[in-house]
Ligand binder design. Structure first.
Ligand code: COA
Length: 148
């Protein structure tokens, strides 16, 4: 949670999990749980989401990821991200998918680059992060649906 304003309490984390589960049930897609194929161990989430707050590009669909630290450095976010993009373009017929991260969140930005997303160079101030906070400035990446 280094690139978020604060960590989550157990209650807040459970609330987030409930919100994600509710959205998944309602629309059939969202931030999916990521499991290791070999053991079915839950290691985090990767998926698609429509931000409910105002961004320079809303309404839009974003791709996002959050994995438990022991599972970084193994390509899992990129592997799951590829599947999520494919779902968004083929099943949801989205025209484009966005991703954003605090400017210093290089690991997240690297996932965007590995997924062939392009920097729009339209950095923006994240509306949910207080004015003047060092994490407020975000990069904005995009990938277009090139499915014929
Ligand atoms: C963002 C986050 C998911 C990125 O995780 P990550 O492990 O760096 O990304 P990937 O799962 O794609 O793994 C890529 C790494 O695995 C390596 N790797 C190993 N096997 C690989 C494979 N088969 N395919 C791709 N990469 C592979 C890559 O070389 C890369 O290594 P590096 O870290 O030394 O450059 C993770 O840092 C995270 O959960 N952060 C906290 C939450 C967060 O900030 N989320 C984003 C908010 S915007």
């Amino acid at each position: 949670m280094k690139y978020y304003p604060s960590t989550l309490s157990t209650d807040e984390s459970n609330q987030l999990a409930n919100k994600i589960t509710t959205k998944l049930a309602a629309q059939g897609w969202g931030f999916w749980a990521v499991e290791l194929k070999i053991s079915k161990q839950f290691i985090g989430f990767v998926g698609l989401n429509q931000p409910s707050y105002d961004l320079p590009i809303t309404p839009c669909t974003e791709i996002g990821w959050r994995l438990a630290k022991p599972f970084w450095g193994m390509g899992y976010a990129t592997e799951a991200g590829r599947l999520a993009l494919d779902y968004g373009f083929t099943q949801l017929a989205l025209l484009e998918i966005y991703s954003f991260a605090s400017v210093g969140n290089q690991r997240s930005i690297n996932v965007m680059k590995r997924l062939n997303m392009t920097n729009t160079n339209q950095n923006f101030e994240h509306p949910l992060i207080p004015s003047g906070h060092p994490l407020r400035e975000h990069v904005l990446y995009r990938i277009d649906n090139l499915t014929p």
